[in-house]
Design a protein around this ligand. Sequence first.
Ligand SMILES: [Zn+2]
Ligand SMILES: [Zn+2]
Length: 198
Amino acid sequence: MAPVDLDIGCRCGRFGAVLKDVSPRMGSHVQCHCTDCQTAARVLGAEEQLLPRGGSDIFQTTPAHLQITKGEEHLACLRLSPKGLMRWYAGCCDTPLFNCLPHTKLAFVGIWVPAMQGAEVAKAIGKVIAVVRTQDAPMGAERLRDYGFNRAGFQVLARHFSALMRGQVKQTPLFDTAGAPVVTPRVLTKEERKSATP
Ligand SMILES: [Zn+2]
Ligand SMILES: [Zn+2]
């Protein structure tokens, strides 16, 4: 299918963004069941947006495709520890939005699929190419197995090098031109983290 622009929105509608030119070729649809991703969703009270066995449904792509369209003042960022991933969310209603590294050296962003809107989402992001960390999934009826970890990693690097060729590595709405995050992340205390860990 031809690439489409997908709206991204929070649960209350105050925050909006758009992911441009989405197709299964411009990103990787992955599902992560790791304890950290589950913990982050619990901190935000977003467990109902997890997959049946606690997985996070993520579309990995390059941040140059991402634009914030409204409610930028609601953009907030969470880290489970001082060295953890940056987990961006809409502070108005605690909707998970994006994951990225704490710097702009790798052209990488993971978009929270439940925040993507419209009938075209499933077709635009394509089938799941990797399921990871199923050993961390809570018990449940659905049978899970890991696959695609290396493939997803390779695709992250391939997209990074293609962004490098286009001079787009540092193009992101989540960091300023000096490479600092646009909002100061909230780092969980050890106690906060422990009480949210499943
Ligand atoms: Zn909101
Ligand atoms: Zn994870």
